[in-house]
Write a new protein. Sequence first.
Length: 72
Amino acid sequence: MKLNYFPETDSLYIDLSDRASVESREVSEGIVLDYDADGNLSGIDIDNASTKVDMADLTLSRLPGRVHTVAA
């Protein structure tokens, strides 16, 4: 899973898998869910993210894998 913030568009994309999305559904204003060819959720796109998500603090709890940090 990857979280990518794009300040130029104020959008946050949460990439849930490496599978390409083939379908997108807007479930709320500015929130789009992407699905792969098997109908599995593959990503979440949040427009105007700074008004919808508190990005000042990120807490990761009990994740089974490794955490990688990439500086902005």
